[in-house]
Design a protein around this ligand. Structure first.
Ligand code: 5GP
Ligand code: ZN
Length: 116
């Protein structure tokens, strides 16, 4: 299932170019167009899911696949030892701007806490 109006569905379909760093049957990962850290990759499911709020129990393995992809990307980008942050913004207060679930992989600098 994909949504023709959705930016990340269009990236997954190859209709909009992106710097893809990793892909598998269930997920695609590409560099954020407006990076907030030296490494800023977005991991998305190929299937359109609007947000964490829209997840179903049957999506558990897919959510796991997003995290396992993020772990591989962090290792490949040399972040595993120094550390990195995985973020999934959900809804207006968190600043979610694309309604297709995505896991941010951020690293390569010290990341402040708490976030803004
Ligand atoms: P959110 O704010 O929803 O958590 O994250 C959406 C992210 O998508 C933002 O970090 C934004 O920079 C990124 N983004 C928006 N449009 C594009 C695009 O066309 N290509 C890529 N690669 N990233 C995008
Ligand atoms: Zn989508």
């Amino acid at each position: 299932m994909s949504n023709g109006a959705c930016l990340f569905c269009r990236i997954v379909a190859g209709e909009i170019p992106a710097k893809v760093v990793r892909q598998d049957e269930e997920t695609v990962a590409f560099r954020d167009i407006n990076p907030q850290a030296p490494v800023h990759v977005l991991v998305v499911p190929r299937r359109h899911i609007a947000s964490v709020n829209a997840l179903a129990a049957a999506d558990a393995a897919l959510v796991g696949a997003l995290f396992l992809a993020a772990r591989e990307i962090a290792a490949a980008e040399g972040l595993a030892d120094a550390g990195y942050r995985l973020v999934m913004n959900t809804g207006p207060d968190a600043g979610q701007s694309v309604d297709h679930i995505h896991l941010h992989v951020l690293g390569g600098r010290h990341l402040g806490w708490p976030p803004g």
